[in-house]
Design a protein. Structure first.
Length: 488
């Protein structure tokens, strides 16, 4: 680098001063370097010459680091300040940066080998500070509602606007200076993508990334960068825009969920159409045959024909009622809110009191969470599952257990029983509408309960399945995705 401005080195250690002077000359050739080694020589130097670069110890015997930084800003507002630290206390460097240093070097071989780069960056940073602070374009950039930054060619932020600081949870743009963009990327794969993109020097880099915020949370952002090659007096750098797309991502997720829901609705409708055309046919046939019979009996209906007609009509009524229940569930919007499942189950047990007493069912309830769900639908879900557990208990007294487990992504609710179990070949079929494994005479039912449960699970973005063996009980599991607001 040519034309390095006059440099002031402040250090009370003769050996360190000599070493630094050697390193600077090694990196930049013959430059003017003045030395200050005590309070008096420092005060003199600061009134003497307009240095463009100050390289200094942060903690000196005659002045604190904070006071030194204030003094340098006051006396040499245009100079770049690089702090030299012992290297054994990384806190000193970040403290110095916070008090306004433009860069730091550790006093070890590795640190000293970076002197050229650190000085170059510090000079760029200070030049920007003094030339751009008050220009119109700076004011426009500062007022933009998107994050704007300038980084060096390795991704270390040199300058940023207030929107970017706010977006990442910092008070001032200066708080972002010297931090590599990579530190803000949550996903290690995004770090690799970022580094690959800046290494190839592609003209425009666009990435959708999750960024760490200061308080430990994160946001989704679209990062657009354009590398600017080095020009005279300006090192190569990256100019970037950061746009908060968290709302957009959320909407996308919602859309995805809805389209899945619509797919499921379409499948359910198809199933409903099939059911209406096939399953309702059977009671209709019974009814039609009975009416034919009555016709043949010349209107003098026999008790047999009449009871057949009644049976057909009752079956039709029951099935149509079920179709209605399911379509009603379909039309209702989900009313999501916190739902205390323990209270829901208590209410269901109250409703089923008569069945529980009649069957002498033993029901154990483990700790259940409060989840975000539709309360009415949760009640219906547990009512269907618990009443089935009682109904399909066989000849023994039902033993029923209601429990929940959690993973970071979802809740799993389980209703298990000690009843007659289900043939493995039928474990999918039972969730379809009107699919029953028993005749009305054996065990009466509508064949709609589990279809309703499946729909409730899928409307909540979850699944339902059963683990069961004949004569060995059944366990019905439902998963419900967790929301951020869930509590256990
Ligand atoms: P329904 O009980 O009215 O027949 P469901 O849709 O609730 O309708 O259940 C469908 C079928 O699944 C039932 O007919 C029964 O054969 C089987 N089933 C449901 N729950 C259980 C259970 N807990 N144990 C054994 N079989 C069950």
């Amino acid at each position: 680098m040519k034309h390095l401005p006059p440099i002031l080195v402040i250090d009370d250690n003769q050996h360190d001063r000599d070493l630094l002077s050697l390193v600077i000359k090694g990196a930049f050739g013959d430059v003017a370097i003045d030395m200050a080694d005590d309070a008096a020589s420092m005060t003199r130097a600061l009134t003497d010459r307009p240095y463009g670069l100050v390289m200094t110890e942060f903690t000196l015997p005659w002045i604190s680091g904070e006071q030194l930084m204030d003094l340098l800003r006051e006396k040499l507002p245009e100079a770049a300040v690089v702090v030299i630290t012992g290297g054994d206390d990384p806190g000193v460097a970040s403290l110095a940066l916070r008090f306004g240093a433009d860069g730091f070097i550790t006093k070890d071989p590795q640190g000293l080998s970076t002197v050229e780069e650190v000085v170059r960056t510090a000079l760029y940073w200070s030049r920007r500070r003094r030339t751009k602070e008050d220009t119109t374009s700076r004011r426009i950039v500062d007022g933009l509602p998107v994050g704007v930054f300038v980084a060096d060619d390795r991704g270390v932020i040199l300058d940023a606007n207030p929107s970017l600081a706010t977006m990442l949870g910092y008070q001032r743009p200066a708080d972002l200076a010297h931090r590599p963009i990579q530190h803000f990327l949550v996903d290690p794969a995004a770090v690799r993508g970022f580094e690959a993109a800046i290494a190839t020097g592609s003209p425009v880099v666009e990435l959708e990334v999750e960024l760490h915020q200061r308080d430990g949370t994160s946001l989704w952002a679209r990062l657009r960068m354009r590398p600017a090659p080095a020009t005279k007096g300006m090192p190569a750098r990256l100019n970037g825009l950061v746009e908060d797309i968290s709302d957009y991502r959320r909407a996308l997720g919602e859309l995805d969920h809805r389209s899945h829901d619509l797919d499921q609705s379409a499948k359910d409708l198809e199933e409903l159409a099939y059911v209406v055309s096939h399953d309702l046919q059977q009671p209709l046939d019974v009814l039609a045959r009975a009416l034919d019979q009555i016709d043949a009996e010349n209107g003098a209906a026999s008790p047999v024909s009449l009871s057949q007609a009644r049976r057909g009509a009752a079956a039709l009524e029951r099935m149509l009622g079920s179709v209605l229940r399911l379509t009603r569930l379909e039309r209702q919007d989900l009313d999501l809110g916190p739902v205390d499942l323990e209270r829901v189950v208590e209410r269901v047990l109250d409703l089923l009191e008569a069945e529980i007493e009649a069957s002498a069912a033993a029901i154990s309830i483990e700790a259940l969470p409060t989840i975000v769900a539709d309360e009415g639908q949760m009640e219906q879900l547990f009512q269907n599952l618990i009443s089935n557990a009682i109904k399909y208990s066989g000849d023994v007294e039902p033993k029923i257990r209601i429990s929940a487990t959690e993973s970071p992504q979802e809740w799993r609710l389980t209703v298990s029983d000690s009843g007659i179990g289900i043939d493995p070949a039928a474990t999918d079929r039972v969730f379809k509408m009107f699919q029953r494994l028993h005749t009305q005479e054996e065990i009466p039912g509508s064949g709609i309960g589990l279809a309703v449960c499946r729909r409730i699970a899928s409307r909540h973005g979850g699944r339902i399945w059963v683990e069961s063996r004949p004569n060995d009980g059944s366990a019905f599991h439902i998963t419900i995705p967790r929301e951020e607001s869930d509590q256990s």
